[in-house]
Design a protein. Structure first.
Length: 310
């Protein structure tokens, strides 16, 4: 029997989706790709395959899960299986450099960014960025890994020379201009089947770790969706979203063969929009959804169920 196969490495980020599968009576099977084998001489089972591999897998001890997922997806695609968020989506998930170059190619403006490897080159990149304030982030990230705000090159130099320096898993640190928003929030637009679902306004007053998943409360005590935070940190918004911006995102997703994603952007004081993250392993905040009466995992399960039938 054909099934929906979910490729992942984090049970906590998957259980909300499987709950919806069960509610809808959809057949499914989970493939946890922390470790395993891929028999390239075998034929994959019938069904559709949904890739939920995360760029932050290494923070859960699953260092090579994206690489194994890539091998599995290549095998599936070579046999003509339908993979939701296939090989190209995976590559964008694990590289912000790839995200930014693809966004710019699609006519979507991103913050000025320099990729650097090696502590000396990180500091040199900060000088070259030419801004009084800038942020660092990891190229392979997720959950705000490596994101810190600096107001001087000297402060960055002290950090990279200290024991507190957090080395990125792929060796590439990004230095990026800091976008000062008139109010402390960013917007995250959610897409399913390449089409806009809803937008979420995210309060950034307490920092940059903006993981919306309920499971962040388990995985990361510093994630701002923790028990002490107000549910209003995440708010589904229905007005004030630029339809032309959404059209650009939908075209970008189609071009890059991305079916499911959360795209984050910010506006500066002049009203210019900068897009800085494409999350193809998108999660949803349950408290914000309950308040709005819209449910991302339910819509995702329905979409996957329809794809299974087609």
């Amino acid at each position: 029997m054909s099934k929906i196969y979910v490729l992942h490495e984090n049970d906590e980020w998957t259980r909300h989706l499987t709950k919806r599968f069960e509610e809808l009576g959809l057949p499914y099977e989970l493939w946890h790709l922390d470790k395993g084998t891929v028999d390239l001489t075998s034929v994959p089972p019938e069904g559709i395959f949904y890739n939920r591999m995360s760029a932050s897998s290494h923070t859960r001890g699953h260092r090579y899960a994206p690489e194994l997922a890539g091998a599995v997806i290549d095998w599936l695609e070579s046999h003509g299986r339908k993979v939701i968020n296939g090989s190209n989506a995976l590559q964008l998930e694990i590289s912000k450099v790839k995200q930014y170059t693809a966004l710019e190619h699609g006519g979507i403006h991103t913050p000025k960014t320099i990729a650097a490897s090696g502590q000396q080159h990180i500091v040199e990149a900060a000088r070259k960025i030419g801004k009084s304030s800038f942020i660092t982030k990891h190229n392979r990230a997720g959950k705000g890994l490596g994101v810190q705000l600096f107001n001087s090159v000297e402060a960055l130099n002290q950090y990279v020379e200290s024991d507190e320096f957090e080395a990125p898993v792929d060796g590439i640190t990004l230095i990026q201009e800091y976008i000062q928003a008139p109010e402390p929030f960013i917007t995250r637009a959610e897409f399913i089947g390449g089409k806009f679902l809803y937008a979420v306004r995210v309060d950034t007053s307490d920092g940059f770790e903006l993981c919306p998943a309920e499971a962040c409360r388990i995985d990361d005590a510093n994630c701002p969706t923790g028990e002490s935070e107000s549910p209003a940190m995440f708010e589904v918004v229905k007005e004030g979203i630029d339809s032309e911006q959404i059209k650009k995102y939908e075209a970008f997703l189609k071009t890059n063969k991305i079916d499911v994603a959360g795209i984050e952007f910010i506006s500066n004081e002049e009203g210019n929009v900068f897009t800085y993250d494409v999350n193809t392993n998108t999660n949803y905040n349950s408290e914000a959804e309950d308040k709005a009466g819209q449910y991302g995992m339910l819509e995702l399960a329905k979409y996957l169920g329809n794809e299974l039938k087609n």
